[in-house]
Design a protein around this ligand. Structure first.
Ligand SMILES: NC(=O)c1ccc[n+]([C@@H]2O[C@H](COP(=O)([O-])OP(=O)(O)OC[C@H]3O[C@@H](n4cnc5c(N)ncnc54)[C@H](OP(=O)(O)O)[C@@H]3O)[C@@H](O)[C@H]2O)c1
Length: 233
């Protein structure tokens, strides 16, 4: 029996890039997947690839760049009437390289909205039901980015995600809801750019490790996906 047989995972930003890899790898483990992109037609490729593993797959669409739109996305997921057992907060935006003192307030706010506040809203929506069912896995995508002040809003938003992950793990420590964060490495995606060190496939199996943890496993822990590179051949 596959470890995640019958579970449902919501993977934000799974229409492409690292999220797409996560969605397919979860499906390979028997997990049903809710695929997300900003528009429904962006999700088609992932949706079809996930279904090839014989699991159920559904799609939702929506922007994460305002509280209202995140609320609408949450309602859309709730209307599917399936439990969110595993939540990957994967969708994020990066910044255009900008001199440190020239980032606009709007850019700071938008970056924190998509990368942190949407994550908080999604956790607020789905973690209480995980707690009630006494089973859940929340995985927040973070970044090892360092020494790049020209990307300060992105970098600071990921630092905030790290701290939030630890606080949420503490809140859920007695409920078998494991909350962890994972750095995929520097990956050639639209966000990572063409000069990144690693191919997108290299994030597997590392990004999956926090979803596969046994009951009572680590929570509030940082994982580096590249530590596991090549382990699945
Ligand atoms: N790539 C790297 O080198 C790297 C390094 C460290 C950490 N990470 C983290 O890994 C995660 C995935 O990154 P990636 O490289 O796979 O990114 P990506 O290739 O740019 O994909 C971004 C995904 O997020 C969705 N998305 C983008 N903006 C959105 C918005 N405003 N509202 C809702 N959804 C939105 C996109 O949907 P559409 O397709 O519909 O646009 C897409 O599915 C992020 O959290 C990132 O910070 C990446």
């Amino acid at each position: 029996m596959k470890t995640l047989n019958g579970k449902w995972a919501l993977v934000t930003g799974s229409s492409r890039g690292i999220g797409q890899q996560i969605a397919k790898a979860l499906a390979q483990q028997g997990c049903n997947v809710i695929v997300h992109g900003r528009q429904l037609d962006h999700t088609h490729t992932t949706l079809n690839e996930v279904k090839e593993f014989g699991v159920q797959a559904l799609a939702v669409a929506g922007e994460l760049d305002s509280e209202l739109q995140v609320r609408e996305l949450i309602s859309e997921v709730q209307r599917l009437s399936v439990p969110v057992d595993i939540l990957y907060n994967n969708a994020a935006i990066n910044n255009q390289s900008t001199p440190m003192f020239e980032f606009s307030q709007a850019e700071w706010l938008r970056t924190f909205q998509v990368n942190l506040f949407a994550t908080v809203q999604l956790c607020n929506a789905f973690a209480p039901a995980m707690r009630e069912r006494r089973w859940g896995r929340i995985i927040n995508l973070t970044s090892g980015i360092a020494g790049q002040p020209d990307l300060a809003p992105y970098s600071a938003s990921k630092a905030a995600v790290d701290k939030y992950t630890q606080d949420l793990a503490c809140e859920l420590k007695d409920d078998n809801v494991l909350v962890n964060h994972v750095d995929p490495g520097w990956i050639r995606t639209d966000l990572g750019g063409p000069n990144a060190w690693e191919d997108v496939a290299s994030v597997i199996p590392g990004v999956l490790v926090p979803a596969l943890l046994p009951d009572g496993g680590p929570s509030g822990r940082f994982y580096a996906a590249q530590d596991y590179k090549g382990l699945w051949g």
